[in-house]
Design a protein around this ligand. Sequence first.
Ligand SMILES: [Zn+2]
Length: 305
Amino acid sequence: MIELTNIAGEWGGAGTINGYHAGILAELTSSPWSLLAFIALVVLVVGLAWVLFIVMRWRIVSGASQALKQLEDLNSTWRISVARRSPIRLRCRPSVDSKSKFDRFDLPARMSISILEDELSIEREISLRLQATGQFTKYQHDFEALQYGLLGRSSHPRFSDERFGAIEHKLFLRRKLAYPTPKAKVTTTVSYTSPKGRNSYSSKLEWDFDQLREALVAAQDARAHQSTAGALRQRERNLMTAGLRTKILRRDGFRCRMCGASPADGITLHIDHITPVSLDGRTVPENLQTLCQACNLGKSNHFIG
Ligand SMILES: [Zn+2]
C-alpha cells in the first residue's frame, strides 16, 4: 500500500493513483469471488517464488556436491538394468457347464496347468524381474559406498556446512533409484451360468509374483516327478518276461493263490503284482502271485500279466 503510493508519486499524482488503487480494492472486496481470486493469485505468486527459491538452492548444492555428481553417474550406469518392469499379467477364464463341476473345480490346479502352457515366456518374464532385483543389490552396494564415502564432504560458501549437508543428504536419498519390486497379477476366474441365465456363479483365484514363482516351480517339479514315476513303472512292467511268468506259475503250482482254481477248471491264470506297480510295487518273485481272472479282477488295482 505504502509502496504503491510512493510509485504513484513518481507518476505525478498520488491522489489519482491512490484513488485508482482504492477503486481496485473496493472492486475486489465488493464481490467475494474476486476477493477469492485475489487471494489465490497471492498464494500462487508466493508459492512460485518459494519453489524457485528451493530449486535454486538445490541447483547450487547439486553443482557443488561431489557425492551428488557421482550419484548421477552411478544412476545413469544402472538405470536400465534396475528399471522396474510392468507386472506380469495373466488371465484365465474357464467356464463349466454344470453347477457340480463348478463346485468341484480345482482353481489352483487349473492355474498350474495354464502357467505350464505358457511356461517359457513366464519363466523368462520372472527371470528378467529377478535379474533386476539382483542388479539392484549391486547398485545398492555402490550407492552405500558413495553414501558413506563421499556424502557430507562437500560445501559451498553460500551455505553453512550444516545447511549444505542437510540439503545434500536429502537430495542424495531422493535421487536413489527405486527398488524394482517384481509384480504379477495372475487370475483365474471360473464361472458357471445356469440354463436360461437364471443363476450365475463365479469364483476367482489371484496370485502375486511370489505365488506365481512358487506355483511354477511346484508345477515343474510335479511334472518331472510324474515322468520319472511313469518311467519307473514302465520299467517294472517291462521286467515281466515270459520266463518270469512261467517261473511264478510253476512256483504256485499252476493254481490261483486265492481260490485254488486251475486251468483244468476252465479258467485262465494271470500273474499279479501283490503291491501294484502304480503303488511302486516291484516286478520280483516276492511281489508276484498267480491268480485266476475272477480273483485278479476282484483286486482294485490289478495287473494282468
Ligand atoms: Zn481265483
